[in-house]
Ligand binder design. Sequence first.
Ligand code: GDP
Ligand code: MG
Length: 163
Amino acid sequence: MSFTVAIVGRPNVGKSTFFNRMLEQRKAIVDDISGVTRDRQYGIADWNGKTFNLIDTGGFVPDTEDIFEKEIRKQVRIAIDEADALVFMTDASAGITDLDDAMADLLRRTTKPVFLTVNKVDNNERMLDASEFYILGFEDVFFVSSMTGSGTGELLDALVKLI
Ligand code: GDP
Ligand code: MG
């Protein structure tokens, strides 16, 4: 059985940084796949002896807030279809944006597990700002720094429990 986790979130929250850090755990295969999945990167991650596929979404979306809701809907829909679990990534340094709200609305509708991950929690001060994300209403909330690696172990523990 192969378990797949997709990382979704608006541009610039740190999805690719997180993806790359996860793959450092192991020499991974990262490939661009053509066709409908052209804008995603695939890798294999492992944690505590458990292996899973990891998808980084939004590779070709420009790093601005200026993307169409239609594009976001498409990205989230494909991710929900492809994955067994979703990491919904947000950015503590930016707070909750309209785009985060829009994505949260879409993700609340899936029955697949969604792990709300507040990234860029690099220090204690950021942790205070980050608590505002509880308002989005997700049960599983993780505070991480993809830059330092802080908090990522707890997220991975929770993810591999599903395998
Ligand atoms: P993506 O568009 O969601 O894939 O975001 P990227 O991974 O390209 O990261 C966007 C920016 O955020 C880059 O400048 C990263 O270096 C920065 N970044 C990513 N993770 C962190 C983090 O944990 N802390 C801080 N301070 N910056 C981060
Ligand atoms: Mg990216």
